[in-house]
Design a protein around this ligand. Sequence first.
Ligand code: NAP
Length: 292
Amino acid sequence: MSVSTPRKSVLITGCTPGGIGHALALEFHKQGFRVFATARRIATLEDLRDNGMEVLAVDVADVVSVKAAAQNVAELTNGRLDVLINNAGQGYNMAATDLDISRAQAVFDTNLFGVMRMVRELAPLLVKAKGKIFNIGSLAGVIPVPFRSVYGASKAALHSYGDSLRLEMKPFDVTVVTLVTGGVFSKGASKSRPNEGIVSPESLYSPAAEVIHGMYANQSDGAMPAQEYARRVVALAVSSRDLEPWVWEGSYASTLWFMTTFLSKKAFEGMTGRFVKGVDEMEARIRGKRSS
Ligand SMILES: NC(=O)c1ccc[n+]([C@@H]2O[C@H](COP(=O)([O-])OP(=O)(O)OC[C@H]3O[C@@H](n4cnc5c(N)ncnc54)[C@H](OP(=O)(O)O)[C@@H]3O)[C@@H](O)[C@H]2O)c1
């Protein structure tokens, strides 16, 4: 009797249709992986289940759900997991002076503490498989972006967490990669958020409300298709090369790597208007109002 090698396994968080996680699930499946696709609402994963993937409900902000998923996967895979993709994430566009702190905490609970929960519960499985962890970071965690302070801070913290985790996992031959992600076309990035209320009438920024709302209405211009991004991530997951700690992927990522590496922070900040359309107009309107 021949003993066949089990398929490599991957668990991905935040796989609802239209997002990066969904595209990753399809691509890993295509490449022959055993895919555990997860989302807060399992009903959203029907198409992936119909495609032959295993689906689980996971809210990364809820430790009970994370523990249950880890136990489930351990039982199904004989305690091994080859790849963990920490993809689930939330945005929050709001002036730093107007933040709703409970909303900011919820963003950190998913983008940072959610990843910590996943790693804590799945580490034994990843160690057993000498696996790989990919944390989906963001350019917003590296470059200054106005009105995205909470999101940027959560991703910067994730990048830093990943750096320590990488060194701690090294003795176990578990690889940890931060994907510093630029523009990728997804449901989240293309969603208009006119009612997110970046600027209330009481805000310091109310004279520029219209400009600011326009700045973040659609973040998908020029973005890389999620399928292309997924192909690149899966290529890293199957690679036997020694991977870079940070891999810059998505639109604008390599240009911004170059600029943030070789320009001073001051010089880079002076160019913000080139990357975030409307910033200069926002400043002009507020200054105009103050001097009138
Ligand atoms: N698209 C880009 O340009 C871009 C750029 C840089 C980084 N990223 C990062 O890439 C990742 C995916 O983003 P996306 O663009 O695909 O956005 P998306 O379409 O909004 O997808 C985000 C996914 O995360 C899930 N999620 C949110 N909170 C969760 C929680 N507590 N537990 C489990 N799942 C949760 C969402 O589920 P629900 O459907 O239940 O809300 C959704 O499936 C995020 O980490 C994002 O920060 C994206």
